[in-house]
Ligand binder design. Structure first.
Ligand code: FAD
Length: 503
């Protein structure tokens, strides 16, 4: 595949949703006009998917790279702060647990904290694992303030991300991209031309006849995958036998109480419902499996479970969970929904755009496309997708629920060998399997394993080395330091009102 790129490299991004504008902003910022030109084509007539409001902490790296001022960004995107996700009714009805951002406690003598907690618990300690997580304790109290840059080393630090209006975020990034030299072209692509004999994409033809030529195409065209799927026919791997939800209905509503600093996910008989508080409204959606509930029933369930008055008509969405086997095919790299989709249970889609982009920057072609580079991009992308897939399946599979056909199916289904291994390893001695390109680190797996009722039979024997009195004292000190830190914080609502209320 040693195809020469023409001099004056031309990157063409198809799509102006969150993925397209993230790509444009990052590439423009990193390449500084010295690699070639960047052009983004979008069609107002087609529009964007318009959902995607919850994020995870690595988005702070992206915002930092783009030179974004946090207060300005929170104001302009109606954002709030997110400390984790509360899962309600997942394990069983009337049960809830919290998946926080950041660690529980800290590693002691190379042994992860949760092993000491498991050891103490085996001896009768009743403290909750969440008592050792700064984000959990602050979330329970509805408190938040970003940690000071000079926070005491070793002291408790809150990890956080954001909830925001995805449309406003895309506009925010568009401003950055255009200021950094990205050319925006409005128009509907009606034809994609390919060159002989290798079938690489040559140009896009717009409805008004304009031709946009390029060397490297970034497909951010949404679910349809205009270039990667419709043009290049890159195969799509369907994972709906493991993650059977295939539809969603979304509706914003009025907020009637103080803004909570976390997402809530409530399991329903044929899926689950998200609740994402923004400054000006609450985003809600019901993700469900069309095998187990009709669209009308799913919408009725959503509308019956809102905090306040709906602010728009319910919006239906359809998807097939899975991914492109090769997100990079020929001279096209797909990002966002064009590359694959996993339901927003752990808010991973926007992050997958970010990590795909960073990977792309680290493997950017220069004068041609080497197959080894393309293979490496696809290898790393596939590992990341599979790790997230396993994490999501865990939520569905490790349940006691037997009150509906969806839960009976998920509880008893075959799961990937890779997840089976992770569950067996944790059950045996609380250990977490480690992989490269793993987005969710040990604390996340621990929180969800325990939350979903998977109890380890034992713990790491090295945790027994420390005398019991010392472990007891250390755990008490950690709990106390976190409680004191959280006590001193303002409420999340007060912090926003004082520092970053939208105009
Ligand atoms: P889109 O927003 O669909 O954008 C596609 C772009 O391509 C548009 O600009 C369109 O005009 C353009 N286009 C398409 N065809 C043509 C053509 N022929 N000519 C010209 N232009 C064209 N992610 C999260 O991280 N957190 C969440 O909480 C979350 N919640 C979600 C909930 C649901 C129900 C769904 C479905 C997704 C959710 N996501 C979430 C995912 C998130 O919405 C997307 O990852 C993100 O918005 C990126 O979308 P996109 O830019 O790939 O596609």
């Amino acid at each position: 595949m040693a195809e020469a790129m023409r001099s004056g490299r031309r990157i063409v991004i198809v799509g102006g949703g969150t993925a397209g504008w993230m790509a444009a902003a990052v590439l423009a910022r990193v390449l500084k006009g010295r690699y070639g030109t960047i052009e983004l084509v979008e069609s107002a007539e087609i529009g964007t998917v318009g959902v995607g409001e919850a994020t995870i902490p690595p988005i702070q790296f992206l915002n930092h790279l783009l030179g974004i001022d946090e207060v300005d960004f929170v104001r302009k995107t109606q954002a709030t702060f997110k400390l984790g996700i509360e899962f309600v009714d997942w394990t069983r009805l009337n049960h809830r647990y919290f998946h926080p951002f950041g660690p529980h406690g800290h590693t002691i003598d190379a042994v992860s904290f949760h092993h000491y907690w498991l050891r103490q618990r085996a001896k009768g300690d009743t403290s909750d694992i969440g008592d050792y997580s700064p984000s959990t304790v602050a979330a329970r109290m509805g408190k938040f303030q970003p940690p000071a840059p000079d926070a005491r080393p070793g002291g408790p630090v809150i990890a956080y991300a954001y909830h925001f209006d995805a449309g406003l975020y895309a506009q925010y990034l568009r401003g950055i991209a255009e200021r950094n030299g990205v050319k925006r072209t409005e128009g509907k692509i009606v034809q994609v031309t390919r060159r002989a004999p290798d079938g690489f994409i040559d140009s896009l033809v717009l409805e008004n006849g304009t031709r946009v030529a390029g060397d490297l195409f970034v497909d951010c065209s949404g679910f349809r995958g205009l270039l990667i799927g419709e043009t290049l026919k890159a195969p799509y791997e369907d994972w709906s036998h493991w993650l059977p939800c295939d539809r969603a209905v979304a509706v914003p509503c009025e907020g009637v109480a103080a803004i909570t600093p976390y997402t809530r996910s409530t399991a329903r008989p044929a899926g689950w419902q998200w609740r994402i508080p923004l400054q000006h409204r609450i985003g809600n959606g019901h993700v469900y499996s069309s095998r187990f509930i009709s669209d009308d029933e799913a919408t009725a369930t959503l509308l019956a479970n809102l905090d306040g008055r709906p602010l728009a008509d319910p919006r239906p969405l359809r998807f097939t969970t899975g991914r492109r086997r090769n997100s990079w095919t020929k001279n096209c790299i797909s990002l966002g929904l064009a590359s694959g989709f996993m339901e927003p249970l752990e808010s991973t889609s926007i992050h997958l755009v970010q990590s795909g982009l960073f990977r792309m920057v680290s493997l950017l072609p220069r004068d041609g496309f080497e197959q080894a580079t393309v293979d490496e991009y696809n290898r790393l992308t596939n590992i990341e997708y599979e790790q997230i897939r396993d994490f999501l399946i865990l939520h569905y599979h490790a349940v006691e629920r037997d009150d509906s056909p969806l839960w009976n199916y998920c509880r008893t289904m075959e799961i990937p060998d890779s997840l089976r291994h992770k569950i067996d390893l944790f059950r045996a001695r609380g250990r977490i399997a480690r992989f490269d390109e793993q987005l969710f680190a040990e604390p996340s797996w621990v929180a969800v394993f325990l939350g979903q009722g998977i109890q380890p039979h034992s713990y790491d024997p090295v945790a027994d080395v420390m005398p019991e009195a010392e472990v007891t004292a250390r755990l008490a000190r950690i709990r106390e330091a976190i409680r004191r830190m959280a006590d001193a914080l303002p409420t999340h609502a007060d912090f926003i009102n004082r520092h970053c209320r939208a105009d």
